[in-house]
Design a binder for this molecule. Sequence first.
Ligand code: SAH
Length: 378
Amino acid sequence: MTALSPINKVNLLGLDKKALQHYFVQIGEKPYRAEQILKWIHVNGVNDFHAMTNISKSLRQKLADTAEISTPQVLFEKAASDGTHKWLLKLHDGNCIETVFIPEKTRGTLCISSQVGCILNCDFCSTGKQGFNRNLTSAEIISQLWIAARHLSASNGVHDHAITNVVMMGMGEPLLNLDNVLPALDLMLDDHAYGLSKRRVTVSTAGVIPALSQLRAASDVSLAVSLHAPNDELRNQLVPLNKKYPLAELMKACRQYFSDDRRSIVMEYVMLDNINDSPMHAKQLIKLLQGMRVKINLIPFNPFPHTSYQRSKTETIEAFRTLLLNAGYNTTVRKTRGEDIDAACGQLVGEVKDRTRRHERYLRKHQSSHASSIHTEN
Ligand code: SAH
């Protein structure tokens, strides 16, 4: 029998425990091998079957012939002055994605991507302006954690920089890629892999309603919803997905999400100067969220080239927060990190081979308006 060509090799990196057990049974091995391999790959960071010393030589060879542990290539990495670390990862098809690590005193958060670009085109988000190419595979999603964990444990005394939290707040909309996101979430929580607490793994969504109940049924991770506006008119403009899934339906889905008292949701709200940050908006928000057990996270807007939005003033954010606090909502303001390396929320762009031509249109529009403003000044 000829060996399988490399193209047909299974990438074990993206398989969760169940899928790995299935794989081992298929190749005539015992399912408990799955836990051994998970540990080698995800705890020890090993990507060479021949280094897996508690596995017999013949099985190691069999694995090397039929499977691979393949990660994207680190094209570039950069550390910001505040300790934030960004990786640009090149995928096998030439697309690039970004991953960011944010160290804090008591935790380390890795922000990972779920798609190459994003189809949703939220008006204030730089990723959206890059257009969209494709969903990431589960191997490409978990690779981001694998690469970051390996890098951080090699370069530091591990403990002060270890990854304790993962947020799916990088490029893309995770709930539009649930089939590949779910196995990656399983690996994050699995004690034989990353063993993260379910409270410390967060999926952030712009509100893909049908996928919310699927996520709820399949995983215990935490949920964040990108709300950003308290009424449909404004939300249609900021988050175009709202035209498909308007606020009343989204709120209903969120109420169902935590109906069994186990879960709570973080509502994310980007603070855009003179757009959504007035006391009137705060009051509308309070009314919208009435009776819901939510935490509100205010995100100061992070600018990117050609955007017309500006960050709300610090006093405005504080006044907005005070109104929400007085109404009984636990409200925090997200610290902006990694700005000097364009690693802050909404600034991740990677390198997207755009299939939507949105990026081209965006640049054309802004180049022509730039040209006309120069013309007017003359
Ligand atoms: N598609 C998902 C996850 C990616 S965005 C979602 O919409 O939730 C992750 C978070 O960063 C979201 O809350 C998003 O609205 C916010 N964000 C996007 N662009 C931003 C910007 N320019 N400044 C600040 N936050 C931004």
